[in-house]
Design a protein around this ligand. Structure first.
Ligand code: ADP
Length: 288
């Protein structure tokens, strides 16, 4: 068997066009403020990508590129200003922040109604209590991807590998909200393969290249690879590879590629969140 390829591009394009259509019905364009500190090349490039896509979808996007040495107080003052700004609906603080900044304190300072990354403890709490507010982008993107390809979740066994605050934990909460029976596995899980073999839907977000090998996968399972690892190939060329071994394609029923699977979904989910935040703030929440 060769797994169906769950490419992110078509699912992301569909989500973005729905978000753009919703944005057009609002009295003003949804506003997104993107804050970054310093010149980390990965952050600069992620921010550029988010800003460009935001404009394509019809959002009003502004990038606040602050120097690396910006103090915590200065950063908090900017966030307070953005919290108070009428035409800012979404605030995104690009992580990681430099070591002199208390990341958790910064994330707590963002108004939960503008927290389009879904990282504020209020949004985390609402997600786990089954009354979702703004959803973390990567797991929300994974749910849209599964839906796009008609992969059922309700009533099925789902296993998530990795319990990070950004991916694994919220992923488990969303699968649970979608009526899956969920297991959350992690570094200390003994016999990981025995656990992952139970999965009809397997989501891997451990940051370990090729952690999941074919014998760890139930035949026919839908496998979502959230890992993006930079590794050197045999010729010494730097390549992106996932947490799932490519040979899993011979066992799984469906598999996301890396790159080009979950990656495109994350930005699309962020922009859809920004439209949702604008609808709510303008008192016009329509269908998702
Ligand atoms: P991400 O940002 O993709 O969520 P993190 O590096 O923040 O990744 O988190 C890695 C998560 O993956 C941790 O929760 C850790 O417990 C889990 N993990 C790492 N290595 C393994 C492993 N060998 N087996 C199972 N889980 C693992």
């Amino acid at each position: 068997m060769t797994a169906q390829v769950l490419a992110g591009a078509p699912a992301a394009a569909a989500l973005l066009s729905r978000a753009a259509a919703r944005a057009r019905t609002l009295p003003r364009p949804p506003g997104l403020a993107i804050v970054r500190l310093g010149d980390d090349p990965a952050s600069v490039s992620y921010v550029r990508g988010k800003d460009r896509k935001a404009r394509e979808v019809g959002l009003q996007s502004t990038v606040y590129a602050l120097p690396e040495e910006t103090s915590q107080a200065e950063l908090l003052a900017l966030i307070a200003e953005l919290n108070a700004a009428y035409d800012v609906d979404g605030i995104l603080v690009q992580l990681p922040l430099p070591p002199h900044i208390d990341e958790a304190a910064v994330l707590r300072a963002v108004d939960p109604s503008k927290d389009v990354d879904g990282f504020h403890p209020v949004n985390v709490g609402e997600l786990w209590s089954g009354r979702p507010g703004l959803l973390p982008c990567t797991p929300a993107g994974v749910m849209v991807l599964l839906e796009h390809y008609g992969i059922p979740v309700a009533g099925r066994r789902a296993v998530v590998v990795g319990r990070s605050a950004i991916v694994g934990r919220p992923m488990a909460a969303l699968l649970l909200a979608a009526d899956a029976t969920v297991t959350l596995a992690h570094r200390r899980t003994p016999d990981l393969g025995a656990v992952t073999r139970e999965a009809e839907v397997l989501v891997v977000a451990a940051g370990r290249p090729h952690l999941v090998t074919p014998e760890m996968v139930r035949p026919g399972a839908a496998v979502v690879d959230v890992g993006i690892n930079r590794v050197l190939d045999a010729a010494g060329v730097s390549r992106l590879t996932g947490d799932v071994h490519p040979d899993v394609a011979g066992v799984a029923g469906a598999l996301t590629p890396v790159p080009g699977g979950v990656g495109p979904m994350t930005i699309a989910a962020l922009l859809a969140n920004t439209v949702t935040a604008a609808e709510r703030r303008l008192g016009l929440s329509g269908p998702r």
